[in-house]
Design a protein around this ligand. Sequence first.
Ligand code: ATP
Ligand code: MG
Length: 363
Amino acid sequence: MPSNSPFSSGLIAGEAQFEALFEKAPDAIIVVGEDGRLIAANAAAETLFGYSRPELLELSVETLMPDRFREHHAHTRSAYMNSPRARPMKTGLELWGKGKDGKEIPLDIMLNPVRINDRHVVIATMRDMTMHRQMTAALIQSEKLAAIGQFAAGVVHDLNNPIGVILGFSQATLPSLQESDPVRNTLKTIEQEALRCKNLVRNLLSFSRNQKSELALQLQDLKDVVEAAMTLVGTMAHQRDVELDRQYEAELPPLMLDQAQIQQVVINLCVNAMDAMPTGGQLTVAIAKAGEEVCLSVGDTGTGIPPEIRQHIFDAFFTTKVEGKGTGLGLSLVSDIVKNHKGRIELDSEMGKGTTFKIYLKI
Ligand SMILES: Nc1ncnc2c1ncn2[C@@H]1O[C@H](COP(=O)(O)OP(=O)(O)OP(=O)(O)O)[C@@H](O)[C@H]1O
Ligand SMILES: [Mg+2]
């Protein structure tokens, strides 16, 4: 191309340089002939669809689409190309492509019909929208969660007092009743359900607080922090025929902890563990030094977690429990709190044998 080219200032001249620009364009570009075959494709198109260049140049454009669009596309393609009124598109089309591995790819596509050497061709410029879609979905999800958090904080705050009263009266009355008294079981159920509510209130309050991620860190002994949560856990374990076993290593370095939040981790893990042992079992809460970390583990001899749901259990509102029994917030809070403490979680679970959650906190 001469240096006085109307297309460039002269800095870019020559076919090879224009070819290099086409080749290096960040968007995938393909040129499609009238028969639907690909005449040209750049490197980004290879990456997008997973075909090599020679493979692409053997393909018809319909091969790059999911089956359900092919026939319709083949039909409209020739009409579009041959129409004297075909114009370049001003806005992108959201369409689906299909890679060599069979995976569908959400695409933003711009079409541009041109004539080259008397042949009708279409230049299609494409961008992979996978990331964009995921981010949009995540944003919607987090906005939803924030709204729920605010709502929950308001309602839950008002629930705290009445639940405290129910729990207080049932706990105060229980010791005065004979073992044989038929009212005892009723009252025990009231107490147990009130405890459940109390924990739910705690979770929801913390969930809304976590959105603002306030953390009150203090240097303290993990044992003391955990032990303070054990009163509640112990009461529940007793009611459910669960044997509670504590295994605390004697000498442990102090850690920077938010006491209320770590207690919540303990309670949530223990409540889950007990829920997994409906006919009783053993709950083991252990604290031990592990290299440069301290490990807090909560183990049960319950149902185990099916492998196919393990990747979801930390999602907010994921629950397998019947309505009214679980909100699915427990482990999502555990995971947030552990993250806030720069810790990590490990999970061991075997179906029919039990589950152990291990929380590692840096010393
Ligand atoms: N120790 C465990 N044994 C078996 N399954 C578990 C265990 N811990 C968690 N799960 C599974 O993970 C799911 C999510 O747990 P999570 O604590 O987040 O919610 P939840 O217990 O269902 O409800 P919530 O804690 O809000 O009352 C549970 O519904 C259950 O299926
Ligand atoms: Mg739970």
